[in-house]
Design a protein around this ligand. Structure first.
Ligand code: ADP
Ligand code: MG
Length: 724
């Protein structure tokens, strides 16, 4: 079967396709978290004493004693086996965005040769996958590849039901045998602890006496595309790179006529129900929205949870989304920019910090002292984004997200903070001395109604801001759809810890100098505005004027590509930030630079090879075939004295030659291996390889408009994007 035949067959198959039949859903109350070994399940399974001990560990992170671990492990095994599990697995999150697991049986044989099942506390707590092939960024030698996984009891274990059976999954950290973090969970837990410690200091100085442990929260809105598998299977680029490396813009932009694909939206709905059902069983609080922005694009927003649990759930959600889509005949694309010229996908990370005694500290609250706490935490965020903007840019950097950031549909590659008119007004008043705490008789009243309640703007307020205050949280909008939320959460928690520490020092000094509390708060906020107010921006982030002002007048950085962004991990300020807060050692941070830059270089290399391959073996032959037919006809006509005005032939010849010339240049560029440094290699990828790929594409896309439709080998944009 020729390639174009497979495209035509795909269209036929899809037209005839029926939605997958779906059984009626069980009520939410029956399925909610039914596959999770959460506190409720533990309470049922454990003695009062054991439950009390494990509850303390789950809620405060206190160490678990060996005896309790044995009891919990045995109960967990019985619970899991009652759900059909014969295997268990520590599930962990290496430095790449993936989720990793290694399955072990509960089975052992005893001296009589009988098979029994066993699961001890030490097996629960510690696993030892052969981790040599996980990226470690020089933290381990391959010949000393020992890596350990250890249960994180603050994230509950669960049973994963798949077509291959049920497995007990144990959320875990992953470290080298020297105790260095090889994963994304350890830094997240540490960053939360650092934030908690610094927040305590500030709250204590503010006169709070009862301060419960603080936790960060996260609600991540996930965007994704669904493409029928028949199309995806005819597109090597979608299968291997997750995005189309070729494809002419469709005639009709983003509104497609879906007349003969009427059955499709029903398929999507059945997929969503099925998918959500699976999430509910795992205790993931999902709500789905259809996204109208691009055809074939959808969004899912779960309710927010503690950051550590939300991060685990986010990974799980991406896994289940992808596997469930397959069951419904779709390929789920989590790539940030699967289709050029069509809106890409992001993952807005909504983030706040709080506890059970002071509540959400990014919520302005209802009384003056809550307002003061709120303003301090908000000021801490402003300072953090200004000081560590390049770090925030670096943790969302990837070859894929580069296609989205700054493309006038996603936030620009300049980190600024959007506060909304009301709050920006308050901070400006503080800066200009309008809200001054006066000594005698004129103490300003920060219980002013103007800052009591911030209106929650409806919907997408300032879509052009990468980092926006949204009523009771900040929303980091520049995060990419395929990325783990851990990196962004770690950097936000850590920069907040750093700012709160700094604020605590300033406050302590003012208070020791005899200042009154309100005056001390206003003074520190004024200083933050003087030093960091430049990062606040409420205007149009897409405008070229902002790009100029941000860089030339405000001193902010415009960081267009991953090659420009990742070196932030080597900044002295960033190294000290992570070291001083105890979130990452210098070696751990360096290993992240190494792993991320390698991933960047590799993913561009894979794409470049695919571009060469598809242009040479699919597009060029189709164009030759088209030309030979046309040339034959033209010659026959000429023999009877008729001249064919074959613009198409001329155009195809020109574009084919130009395309293959660019392919040649790209192949030569890929052979260059003597890069001076990783930074130089990244720059070469960004500024030599990527433009060459685009050049090949430009000619190929022109050919798509010239080669007869029936000969074109690749499913076209309008075919893949018809689902609404
Ligand atoms: P919007 O559409 O205005 O962004 P949503 O209510 O859809 O608002 O919220 C988006 C995400 O933000 C959801 O995941 C939601 O649970 C989460 N969220 C809401 N409040 C908070 C909060 N205080 N901290 C963290 N995330 C939150
Ligand atoms: Mg939102």
């Amino acid at each position: 079967m020729s390639a174009n035949q497979s495209r035509i067959n795909a269209i036929a198959k899809i037209i005839d396709r029926e939605p997958k039949q779906y059984e009626k859903l069980a009520p939410l109350s029956e399925i909610w978290a039914c596959d999770v070994f959460n506190l409720a399940a533990m309470e049922e399974a454990l003695s009062k004493k054991a439950f009390k001990a494990i509850k303390n560990t789950v809620q405060t992170g206190a160490a678990l004693d060996a005896a309790t671990a044995d009891i919990v492990a045995a109960a967990m095994k019985d619970w899991a086996m009652s759900k059909g599990a014969k295997f268990f697995s520590h599930i962990f999150y290496p430095m790449t965005n993936i989720t990793a697991e290694k399955h072990d049986g509960f089975i052992i044989t005893n001296s009589d040769g009988n098979a029994i099942t066993e699961f001890t506390g030490s097996l629960l707590i510690k696993g030892e996958p052969d981790g040599s092939s996980f990226p470690n960024g020089s933290l381990r030698m391959t010949n000393a590849a020992r890596g350990y996984t250890a249960w994180d009891p603050t994230s509950p274990a669960y049973v994963m039901q798949t077509a291959n059976g049920a497995t007990l999954m144990i959320p875990s950290v992953f470290m080298s045998w020297t105790g260095q973090s090889l994963d994304k969970k350890i830094p997240l837990l540490r960053s939360n602890a650092a934030m908690d410690k610094a927040a305590h200091k500030v709250l204590a100085l503010m006169g709070e006496t009862d301060i419960a442990p603080l936790n960060s929260s996260c609600g991540a809105e996930q965007e994704y595309f669904l493409v029928d598998e028949n199309f995806a299977n005819s597109r090597p680029d979608l299968l291997l790179a997750g995005r189309t490396l070729f494809g002419a813009a469709p005639a009709k932009g983003q509104e497609f006529d879906d007349h003969y694909f009427g059955a499709i939206p029903a398929r999507v709905q059945v997929f969503m129900q099925d998918f959500e059902n699976k999430l509910y069983r795992l205790g993931i609080p999902a709500k789905t929205h259809h996204n109208e922005v691009a055809p074939g694009q959808f969004e899912l927003a779960p309710y927010y949870e503690a950051a550590n649990v939300a991060a685990d759930h986010q990974q799980l959600m991406m896994t289940i989304m992808t596997s469930t889509a397959k069951e419904h005949g779709f390929i789920c694309l989590l790539h940030e920019k699967p289709f050029a010229g069509i809106n890409g996908s992001g993952k807005h990370v909504n983030w706040s910090v709080g506890n059970s005694t002071q509540g959400n500290l990014l919520d302005p609250g209802n009384s003056p002292h809550e307002n003061l706490n709120f303003l301090l935490f908000c000021g801490a965020v402003i300072r953090g984004v200004h000081l560590y903007g390049p770090l925030l840019r670096a943790v969302i950097a990837s070859a894929a997200n580069d296609h989205r950031l700054g493309a006038n549909e996603a936030p620009p590659a300049i980190l600024s903070v959007y506060l909304g008119d009301q709050l920006e007004g308050v901070f400006n008043d503080i800066k200009e001395g309008k809200l001054v705490a006066k000594g005698e008789g004129g103490l300003m009243d920060l219980g002013l109604s103007q800052i009591l309640k911030f209106e929650r703007d409806p919907g997408d307020r300032n879509r052009t801001s990468p980092f926006a205050f949204t009523g009771n949280r900040f929303e980091f909008r520049a995060v990419g759809s395929s990325q783990s939320v851990s990196g962004p959460l770690v950097s936000m928690n850590t920069m907040l810890a750093d700012s709160l520490d700094w604020i605590a020092e300033q406050l302590a000094a003012s208070l020791a100098g005899g200042a009154d509390k309100t005056a001390a708060v206003i003074a520190v906020l004024k200083e933050i505005m003087d030093l960091h107010g430049n990062v606040i921006f409420g205007g149009d982030g897409y405008s070229s004027e902002w790009h100029r002002v941000a860089v030339e007048e405000r001193g902010l950085k415009n960081i267009p590509t991953t090659a420009d962004a990742l070196p932030a991990f080597k900044d002295e300020a960033v190294i000290s930030l992570f070291k001083d807060t105890g979130v990452l050692t210098t070696e751990e941070l360096a290993s992240r630079f190494e792993v991320y830059s390698e991933q960047y270089i590799l993913s561009i290399e894979v794409e470049a090879k695919l571009v060469i391959d598809m242009a040479t073996t699919q597009i060029y032959p189709a164009s030759i075939q088209a030309m030979s037919t046309l040339a034959g006809t033209s010659a026959s006509l000429k023999s009877i004295g008729v001249e064919l005005q074959n613009y198409g032939l001329q155009g195809m010849a020109t574009e084919s030659n130009a395309m293959m010339a660019a392919v040649g240049e790209l192949s030569t560029a890929l052979k260059k291996h003597d890069h001076e440094s990783v930074e130089a290699h990244m720059n070469f990828s960004a500024y030599t390889i990527c433009p060459l790929m685009l050049e090949v594409r430009a000619h190929a896309d022109a050919l798509e408009g010239l080669v007869p439709d029936e000969l074109w080998p690749l499913p076209k944009y309008q075919e893949m994007l018809f689902i609404k």
